[in-house]
Design a binder for this molecule. Structure first.
Ligand SMILES: NC(=O)c1ccc[n+]([C@@H]2O[C@H](COP(=O)([O-])OP(=O)(O)OC[C@H]3O[C@@H](n4cnc5c(N)ncnc54)[C@H](OP(=O)(O)O)[C@@H]3O)[C@@H](O)[C@H]2O)c1
Length: 315
């Protein structure tokens, strides 16, 4: 049986936050969640693009329950503000899809001085998830889905002494490192949810090769980089549609049979229906996760401690 959006259960009464919801996979994830009845917060950086995306979504789902939240993952202040806005309006968050991302761009830094791909793809999501913990833990059984990539296979575990790749930067090295960080983050978060005895779950998804703006942005940012052009051309010729590419993260977020610590991805690696895939690279996994946690807390100044957040809620 092939899983499709028709398998998404009724989500009325659920609150979902999707980062990077103003385009690509994020917009299609938001659209499918809204269609199933969820109230969706479209967290996005570019306000004009977000307004257009919201109008697009409403044109296909006229009774959509949706709102836009300003979120720039390249700014810890913006991440804090977005979380505060969400927490002020919603006591629970049932689904958080850590989807936004950048790929293969030249060396740049975030507002806080982080290497941009590590900063946006991982550190921003780390801080956002930490800030939203109270609402996630108040939900009956929240799901956090973090979007990685097959590129995590080429990623080297982050060096705690040089997480921002000073003197060692390469656009693909940085992307691989950030997507491996996504991988370790999701698995580490699941360990922490389980250790605290919560019903919240953390899952992974990767979309295979999808024809979104990811590749075009990397071509534009690098002024026509060769490898970036190769992936752009490949994605436009054989990539899945954004709606199909979003299916693994939708399945991870909503399939009642999916469980924490699992990963969903296209059956044929880069395309095909969303299926559960094994978690590989287990050697040294626990150490890599611990290192990532230490560095993420050190760099962001944000502590992600599920047990402490739970105790604070119960106090
Ligand atoms: N497409 C693929 O083949 C593929 C393959 C593997 C993994 N992925 C992953 O899938 C995820 C979604 O990518 P996509 O393919 O949908 O690409 P996309 O169309 O380029 O969308 C990326 C989204 O991330 C947002 N974003 C970028 N920087 C941000 C920031 N600083 N703060 C907040 N949002 C920011 C973008 O917003 P703006 O437009 O406002 O910048 C956009 O909404 C990414 O994590 C990517 O690594 C994609």
């Amino acid at each position: 049986m092939t899983w499709s959006v028709a398998d998404i259960p009724d989500l009325h009464g659920r609150v979902a936050v999707v980062t990077g919801a103003n385009g690509g996979l994020g917009l299609e994830t938001a659209r499918a969640l809204v269609r199933a009845g969820a109230h969706v917060l479209m967290a996005a950086r570019d306000a004009a693009k977000a307004t257009g995306a919201e109008a697009d979504l409403r044109s296909t789902v006229p009774d959509a329950s949706v709102e836009v939240v300003a979120l720039d993952l390249a700014s810890l202040a913006s991440v804090r503000q977005a979380a505060d806005d969400i927490l002020a309006a919603h006591s629970t968050v049932d689904i958080l899809v850590n989807n936004a991302g950048l790929m293969g761009i030249p060396q740049r830094t975030t507002e806080d001085g982080f290497e941009m791909q590590f900063g946006v793809n991982h550190l921003g999501h780390f801080a956002l998830t930490a800030h939203l913990l109270p609402a996630l833990l108040r939900a009956e059984a929240a799901r956090v889905v973090t979007v990685t990539s097959t590129a995590h296979h080429m990623g080297r575990a982050m060096d705690p002494r040089n997480p921002h790749l000073a003197g060692r930067y390469g656009p693909w090295r940085a992307y691989g490192q950030s997507k491996l960080a996504n991988y370790h983050f999701a698995l580490g978060l699941q360990d922490r949810f389980a250790a605290a005895g919560t019903r919240a779950a953390s899952l992974l998804a990767h979309p295979g090769l999808s024809n979104t703006e990811l590749q075009a942005t990397s071509v534009a940012e690098t002024g026509g980089g060769r490898s970036q052009q190769f992936f752009h051309s490949l994605a436009s010729r054989v990539g899945m549609t954004p709606a199909d590419g979003a299916l693994p993260q939708l399945r991870a977020a909503t399939d009642p049979a999916a469980q924490g610590g699992q990963m969903y991805a296209p059956r044929f690696v880069n395309s095909g229906p969303p299926v559960r895939r094994p978690i590989l690279r287990r050697l040294g996994l626990a150490d890599a996760i611990d290192r990532l946690w230490e560095v993420s807390e050190r760099e962001t100044g944000v502590v992600l401690d599920v047990g402490a957040a739970l105790a604070a809620l119960e106090a």
